[in-house]
Design a binder for this molecule. Structure first.
Ligand SMILES: CCCCCCCCCCCCC/C=C/[C@@H](O)[C@H](COP(=O)(O)O)NC(=O)CCCCCCCCCCCCCCC
Ligand SMILES: Nc1ncnc2c1ncn2[C@@H]1O[C@H](COP(=O)(O)OP(=O)(O)O)[C@@H](O)[C@H]1O
Ligand SMILES: [Ca+2]
Length: 566
């Protein structure tokens, strides 16, 4: 609960014809009904809930954090009416026959069920013009002093993402809120794939903007980070192709308006896939750092990843689903069932560098939440290590690499939980957004029944890692080599281990139904297919920042007091 601090203003104003004591400090706007009501008891503070403001007529005391005020609107003519969003007309000034009274409306963030935010408003009427002016200008001054709020945004809309509603969602739900908050925008509707990435890399005048907004899904977000990270390295004379290079963080924040098929990056950083909630997080200037993995093949840069790098099952689902793009988000379910029934496994070698000295494990019960202390601690630790770069990196590359060979149904690296509506706890429920690590999940060859048990646990409280054929490691780097890319000496070893078996007849024996199981899958990299299977992955701690705050823990007050949440 925020402490109110020194009061800047304290006046008696009216809300819907009822007298309220209204106060403004640097951190809080509070309005408290003057006449005590039978339900009010001064020693029961539960009626005053600063972080979860209630509607004006639902209680006696309301508070809203100044950081969550969206804007102040000056109401115009006395006795005039204004049309609400829902089409109804509301009166702005009460007819009381008193002297000239002035009204202003404060728009603020109201929390609803399941992490959704809405824009609520309350209209205050002042007894005199001078007081009205003081109130409006004082609130505006407080808002102007919040330097983290974006004023100019560069917006990219993918009109073909998800259900092809990106443009409509932006125009109907987001643009009006930006306008109300006084945020100016330059909107670009993409014309083809990689349009936004290339525009950011070369053309965009980034100095003019405080942030970039992505209207689309995870694939569109991936375009944005590729453009932005690349541009930042080139502007800072850093070679993005070198796998050992420490990358420069971009100064621009990225906002995500979900309009894609999975939208897991939005879901895992805000707690819901809702365009209005995301727009409000952007307006209030929230900040959430996020790890980025760089993916290389033979020292050549391939891509960045922030959510899922998946070989085997998720790679095959993506490859198959691309042919069904016309179906929209349902394509993943259909391809998921198909790939589940196909039940391919792939052989290869995974090497990884376990994360040393950091807090947290993939089996923790605690989750990454707003203001996560694990991310803060590990972020500081890793940036200190980066300062003493040479010694540490050398020991990283020399020792401690571990190697696992086997037959895998899936190899997944989750740099964040990958929570999404299909799986609200995600692929790795305890993964952190900004701790500099990724959770490497190895699902070994098992029966269809066992694999189904593993998949189903993504949707229940049961632990999807608590199975003999699943292992999970928290890592800083990893490499994968598919079996048939292995060096000659590795292959010789394989042949000795397997006797004199023929490599290809081995595959066909294990798949008598088709007789031609593929030796390779593809990597699903945040929803894009990689062109190579042998990859080298490194996590870059907190390389980008989002207009988000991580998932907020629900407070005891949320369901009890917020009428919107009931
Ligand atoms: C039986 C139910 C099993 C449910 C298992 C659900 C696990 C879902 C984990 C999803 C992790 C998603 C990670 C994010 C990936 C995105 O970057 C990426 C791109 O997103 P975009 O389209 O918005 O651009 N999305 C994806 O790659 C989509 C992955 C979706 C996988 C769906 C899998 C469904 C599996 C269904 C199996 C059903 C077996 C039924 C047997 C009778
Ligand atoms: N104008 C466009 N036309 C076609 N494809 C586009 C366009 N703009 C972006 N894309 C591509 O569309 C793909 C999917 O975008 P995304 O917004 O993630 O939707 P979805 O979640 O449905 O996959 C991405 O690979 C992106 O590069
Ligand atoms: Ca992480």
């Amino acid at each position: 609960m925020e402490r109110p601090g020194r009061l800047l203003l304290l006046s008696e104003l009216r809300v819907r014809n009822t007298a309220y004591d209204v106060s403004l400090s640097r951190s809080l706007l509070t309005w408290k009904r003057r006449i005590s009501s039978p339900v009010y008891h001064p020693f029961r503070p539960r009626f005053c809930v600063p972080s979860f403001p209630r509607r004006p007529d639902s209680g006696v005391c309301h508070s809203v954090s100044v950081s969550e005020i969206i804007s102040v609107r000056e109401e115009e003519e006395e006795n005039s009416s204004r049309q609400r969003d829902d089409g109804s007309w509301k009166k702005i000034k009460e007819r009381e026959g008193k002297d000239c009274r002035q009204a202003f409306t404060v728009l603020y963030v109201e929390r609803c069920r399941q992490h959704r935010w809405r824009c609520a408003e309350v209209t205050f009427t002042c007894p005199e013009e001078a007081l009205y002016q003081r109130w409006v200008s004082s609130i505006r001054e407080q808002l102007a002093s919040i330097t983290s709020r974006p004023k100019h945004l560069l917006v990219y809309i993918n009109p073909y993402g998800g259900k092809r509603q990106g443009k409509h969602i932006y125009e109907q739900k987001v643009a009006p809120l930006f306008a109300q908050a006084g945020v100016s925008t330059h909107v670009i509707v993409t014309e083809y794939a990689n349009y936004a990435r290339d525009h950011l890399r070369t053309e965009a005048e980034l100095k003019k903007f405080d942030g970039v907004v992505c209207v689309g899904g995870d694939g569109m977000f991936s375009e944005i980070i590729h453009g932005l990270i690349w541009r930042t390295q080139i502007d800072g004379s850093v070679d993005p192709n070198c796998p050992d290079q420490t990358l420069l963080p971009s100064s621009l924040h990225i906002g995500i308006i979900p309009a894609g098929s999975t939208d897991c990056i939005c879901f895992a950083t805000v707690g819901t896939n809702d365009p209005v909630t995301s727009a409000l997080h952007i307006i209030v200037g929230d900040s959430q750092p996020m790890d980025v993995c760089s993916v290389h093949h033979n020292n050549t840069f391939l891509r960045y990843s922030v959510s899922l790098l998946g070989y085997g099952f998720y790679g095959d689902v993506l490859t198959d689903s691309e042919r069904k793009r016309w179906m929209g988000p349902a394509r993943y379910d259909l391809s998921g069932v198909k790939m589940f029934l196909t039940h391919h496994y792939y052989e290869g070698t995974v090497s990884y560098l376990p994360a040393r000295g950091i807090v947290g494990t993939p089996r923790d019960a605690a989750k990454c939440r707003s203001g996560c202390v694990v991310c803060q601690h590990n972020g500081q630790l890793l940036s200190k290590r980066a300062e003493n770069y040479t010694m540490d990196e050398d020991s990283e590359s020399d020792g401690e690499w571990r190697t696992i060979r086997g037959k895998f149904l899936a190899i997944n690296a989750a740099s964040m939980s990958c929570a999404c509506p299909r799986s609200p706890k995600g692929l790795s429920p305890a993964a952190h957004l900004a701790d500099g690590t990724t959770d490497l999940i190895l699902v070994r060859k098992c029966s269809r029944f066992d694999f189904l048990r593993h998949l189903l646990r993504h949707t229940s409280k049961d632990d999807q890692f608590d199975l003999t054929f699943v292992e999970v490691h928290r890592v800083r780097r990893f490499r994968f080599t598919p079996r048939y890319c292995q060096s000659d000496s590795d292959l010789e070893l394989d042949l000795r281990e397997n006797g004199k078996r023929q490599i290809f007849s081995q595959i066909c024996r294990d798949h008598p139904a088709c007789g031609c199981a593929p030796a390779y899958s593809s990597w699903n990299c945040d929803g894009e297919i990689l062109t190579h299977t042998a990859i080298d992955v490194r996590v870059h701690c907190q390389l980008i920042k989002l207009f988000a705050r991580g998932i907020e823990e629900p407070t005891v007050f949320e369901d009890l007091t917020n009428p919107c949440a009931i």
